[in-house]
Each structure stands twice: as C-alpha cells, then as structure tokens.
Design a protein around this ligand. Structure first.
Ligand SMILES: O=C(CO)[C@H](O)[C@H](O)COP(=O)(O)O
Ligand SMILES: [Fe+2]
Length: 229
C-alpha cells in the first residue's frame, strides 16, 4: 500500500447483500471502488453484530485492492492476529475500545497491517494527538457506530483540527457514516481523503445490476473533488 492523499472511495459492505459478499466486493471494485470497507461489530462495543475474521478471510480472495477492516469490538488486542491473517491491509481500532490504544496500534503494525484509530463523534481530536507516529489512518466517525444508513453528523471542525495536527505525516483521514453526494464535499474540503459510504453506494444496484454502484461512486467522488455531475 503506497501513501497518497487523493480522494479514495471505500464502499462499506455493511450495505451489501450479506448472502453474496464475494460477488458484491468484485462488483464494487469493477465499478470503481478504491478500498473495500469491512465493518466488524461485536454486540458489546456497539449494539449490533455483523461478522468476524472468518468472513474477512472468505472475502479476501474477492478483493484485489485494499481491505479496510473497521473493528467495532472491545477488547481488540486478542483478535489482531486473526484479522491480519485474514488479509486485512488496514485494521482500525476505536480509541474508546480500551485503555491501551497506543499498544494496540503498535500490535497492529507488528502483525503486518496498517494501523487505524477511530474516534466516535463525542471524542475530541486531541485523543489522537500522541498517537500520530504509530498510526497510518485516523477515522472520524460521522455517525454513532453500529448501524449503516444513519444521518450524517457534521464533524468538519474536528477534521480540520486533525488535518493541521497531522501536518506532513503520511496519515490518512477517513470519514465514516452518512457520506453521500451532499456531505462528501464538506468532509473533503476539511481535509479527508478516504470516504466510506455504504448505503449511498449500494443504493439502486445489485450484483446482477451493478451499474448504479458505479454511478453512485462517481457522483460521490465528483462531489468530493469539487466537480459536480
Ligand atoms: O462503521 C459503520 C457504522 O458503524 C459503517 O461503515 C457506516 O455506517 C457506513 O454506512 P453508511 O454510509 O450507510 O452510513
Ligand atoms: Fe465503518
């Protein structure tokens, strides 16, 4: 994975057909997705359960590019090796998920993946200030985590603060939750480069009719890049 700050669209397969993950991953990549965002929920850190490392390993052969695994679980550390072995390129843990996030990020890198740290809407940017040398990505949640399809919460000030804090470091700013054609431009202007979008990408399409995925991805990218289609 090489670092660049261009806009990357990362569809969340939380909005895909759960009976067809392999074909859904192939469809979104064919339709222009840059990364594939994989939401892992434990029914404890968040009030919903999705799937775990076995499912990640099963979908890995169907993803050519970056598999971006968002862990909404606590604790994190006992499961890092399993997600790294499952083929995650990026593993993101929440700063709220335990008392030793610095150690967790070191362990993620130690397992061979890029280390991401996520912030719930109620957590300030300052929570990652002393983590930026052990993190490859900061994920700013623009919904309270646990479910797809929720209303976007404006975190522009937090994104701008993070952008200034990160400076020249090779650290991505990812936005997760409620990203669509209407919200993409403000988060990109504030300094985000990875835009996760679930419902706004999968809306209107299916594996047998994937063209809407491409239209949705292009529209979100155009909005983020400031070229409205
Ligand atoms: O982490 C998540 C929820 O906790 C999802 O990635 C996020 O909600 C994406 O879905 P949508 O674009 O539909 O909001
Ligand atoms: Fe997510």
């Amino acid at each position: 994975m090489t670092f660049d700050r261009s806009i990357k669209i990362a569809p969340s397969i939380l909005a895909a057909d759960f009976a067809n993950f392999g074909a859904e991953c192939e469809a979104i990549e064919t339709q222009g997705a840059d990364w594939v965002h994989v939401d892992v929920m434990d029914g404890h850190f968040v009030p919903n359960i999705s799937f775990g490392p076995t499912t990640c390993a099963a979908i890995r052969p169907h993803i050519k590019g970056v598999m971006d695994v968002h862990l909404m679980i606590a604790p994190v550390d006992p499961y890092i090796d399993a997600f790294a072995k499952a083929g995650a390129d990026v593993i993101t843990a929440h700063v709220e998920a335990g008392p030793h996030i610095h150690r967790t990020l070191q362990a993620i890198r130690g397992a061979g993946a890029k280390a991401g740290v996520a912030l719930n809407p109620g957590t300030p940017a300052a929570a990652v200030e002393h983590l930026l040398d052990v993190a490859d990505l900061v994920c700013v949640m623009t919904v309270n985590p646990g479910f797809g399809g929720q209303k976007f919460i404006d975190m522009s000030d937090k994104i701008r603060t993070l952008r200034a804090m990160i400076g020249d470091r090779p650290v991505h700013i990812e936005i997760d939750g409620g990203v669509d054609v209407n919200t993409a431009s403000s988060v990109a202007q504030a300094g985000a480069d990875v835009l996760v979008a679930g419902s706004a990408v999968f809306r209107g399409g299916s594996v047998s009719n994937p063209a809407p995925y491409g239209e949705n991805i292009r529209a979100i990218r155009a909005a983020a890049e400031g070229v409205y289609v």
